[in-house]
Design a protein around this ligand. Structure first.
Ligand SMILES: Cc1cc2nc3c(=O)[nH]c(=O)nc-3n(C[C@H](O)[C@H](O)[C@H](O)COP(=O)(O)OP(=O)(O)OC[C@H]3O[C@@H](n4cnc5c(N)ncnc54)[C@H](O)[C@@H]3O)c2cc1C
Length: 493
């Protein structure tokens, strides 16, 4: 056994890196074990959605990432059908187009600056757990084997997750699409739009910029369905792009090409004892809608503060169970949504063609797709179930409420959330004396909008508790109960 830490994270993809930052910010000893010896400059995701940007804002990272990419205010689904994002109630009413390696770089720098250890060339090959902790067998790049122990472990090790297999969990689902071709190319004619996409009867093509003159093309041809290891010719990609987009944009000089298949799968349990699964290790689906990385980052944001609270010993174990209860349905909905989008895009039957034509040419022209679509794709509409007895806002995303405070650092909710604590939104002075008894776990702020009810916001930006009660004695009693339930027993008695 070579060392002990509080939390071991397996995998330094986006999910593992954001978790490492959150755990380190909470003061936990956290080590990330990554199989690859070098950082990867291959990229898969390009789309960072509004809710993810809000989460990055709550870590002080959104502005850095936004500076690396291009903002797209409407997502073209196919033909004339667009999802308008510009009216979303957020500071980020767009999708940010930036290669995944930029997101990973920003997250890794943040995690390292906060003290997380990221060990590369460290492959996890075995896992055991007992009542007090988890042991991981690690094979290092030089071939040496060691065992590392921690209170908890997280499998953020992607679709082929060793952790998931070590837990003997199934990964039920099916193959969604075969023989999808990827290529990184130069273009002689730049497309007019940042993201260019269309689907026609026998295929689709999608182009996104890396921002440095290179473009990623994703293409699929129903007429040529080949195994993943079949070589890819740029001519194939040119041909399908020409057919579905009317031009191949003069693509040339491919520096990298690959063929892959995409599955739709989800693990039935996100938690097994002291081990959690997050990101692609827990759910995978087609790239349609650009949701995979976004969902993984949001899994991590849900889990990090709960795990920190558990290690610090001020929360019941049931809070850790709520990670599965809350995130499993979100993963399920993403699988269904991206699956439906893919089926529509790859439509073959006359009926589906007709539905697509109708959507693109009739519905799309006269009415915007309902706000519910943009809220779902952007993640702004995600909410967690709450008992009927709770206030209707409980479980919903807290908007970036402005404060009356003069201190710029604390002028709005998502800046205050950078402290990684709960935030009690309270009319001036009200409840603050009570809240101070939970100092260290709760920050306080007075919203500029005096009509807002008293509200406790979780560290991940979702509403924990709200009261409309105005009678001081009942309101204060309810506040004490809510703080004890969510933030443990008072720190200052
Ligand atoms: C073509 C394509 C386009 C996509 N576009 C988008 C998009 O626009 N938006 C979006 O949100 N998502 C998109 N996705 C999905 C997105 O790329 C993934 O959802 C995301 O990378 C998942 O992140 P992760 O951290 O969970 O896993 P990964 O990124 O897979 O990271 C897992 C890490 O774990 C490491 N690892 C694996 N096994 C071990 C082990 N045994 N020990 C130690 N380390 C290990 C791996 O080396 C890897 O670094 C796309 C996917 C594809 C294929």
């Amino acid at each position: 056994m070579d060392s002990v830490t509080e939390v071991l994270v397996v995998g330094a993809g986006p999910t593992g890196l954001i978790l490492a930052g959150d755990l380190a910010r909470a003061g936990l000893g956290c080590t990330v074990l990554e199989r690859r010896a070098e950082e990867s400059n291959l990229t898969r995701a390009f789309a960072v959605h509004a809710r993810t940007l809000e989460m990055l804002d709550a870590r002080g990272l959104a502005d850095d990432l936004v500076a690396t990419g291009a903002r797209v205010g409407a997502l073209r689904v196919f033909g004339k059908l667009e999802v308008d994002l510009s009216q979303l109630p957020t500071r980020f009413p767009y999708v940010l187009v930036t290669p995944q390696y930029n997101t990973e770089r920003v997250l890794e720098e943040h995690a390292s600056a906060l003290g997380a250890q990221i060990v590369r060339g460290a492959e996890v090959v075995g896992l055991r757990q007992d009542n007090d902790g988890v042991e991981l067998d690690v094979r290092y790049q030089d071939g040496t084997l060691a065992t590392r122990r921690a209170m908890y472990a997280i499998g953020a090790d992607g679709v082929g997750s060793t952790v998931r297999q070590a837990l003997a969990l199934p990964f039920p689902g099916h193959s969604a699409v075969q023989s999808v071709m990827l290529a990184d190319v130069r273009l002689s004619e730049a497309p007019e739009e940042v993201l260019t996409v269309n689907a026609a009867g026998d295929g689709f093509s999608f182009l996104a910029p890396f921002g440095d003159g290179w473009y990623r093309v994703i293409a699929w041809d129903r007429r040529r369905q080949l195994p993943d290891d079949a070589p890819v010719e740029l001519d194939e990609i040119r041909d399908i792009t020409q057919r579905v987009l009317g031009t191949d944009f003069g693509m040339h000089d491919a520096r990298w090409m690959s063929r892959f298949h995409s599955d739709e799968r989800q693990v039935p349990h996100y938690r097994v004892g002291r081990v959690f699964l997050a990101g692609d290790a827990a759910h995978v689906h087609s790239p349609a809608g650009g949701q995979g990385m976004n969902t993984g980052l949001q899994d991590a944001a849900n889990l990090g503060w709960k795990l920190a609270a558990a290690v610090q010993g001020w929360t019941p174990d049931s809070l850790l169970d709520s990670y599965h209860t809350e995130r499993y349905p979100v993963g399920r909905a993403v699988l269904r949504g991206s699956g439906a989008l893919l089926q529509l895009a790859l439509a073959q039957s006359l009926a589906t063609h007709a539905a697509r034509w109708l959507l693109a040419n009739v519905v799309g022209r006269f009415v915007s797709p309902p706000a519910i679509v943009s809220r779902a794709v952007s993640g702004i509409g995600i909410a967690y179930a709450a008992p009927r007895s709770e206030h209707r806002l409980v479980g919903r995303r807290a908007p970036d409420v402005l404060f009356t405070s003069g201190k710029a650092r604390e002028s709005r909710l998502y800046k205050t959330l950078r402290g990684g604590k709960f935030v009690l939104l309270t009319p001036a002075g009200v409840g603050a004396a009570i809240g101070r008894r939970w100092a260290g776990r709760v920050d306080f702020a007075t919203p500029a909008d005096a009509t807002l009810p008293m509200m406790l916001v979780r560290p991940d930006g979702y509403v924990a508790w709200v009261t409309d009660e105005s009678a001081p004695a009942s309101r204060d009693a309810a506040l004490r109960t809510a703080l004890t339930r969510w933030c443990g027993h008072p720190t200052n008695m």
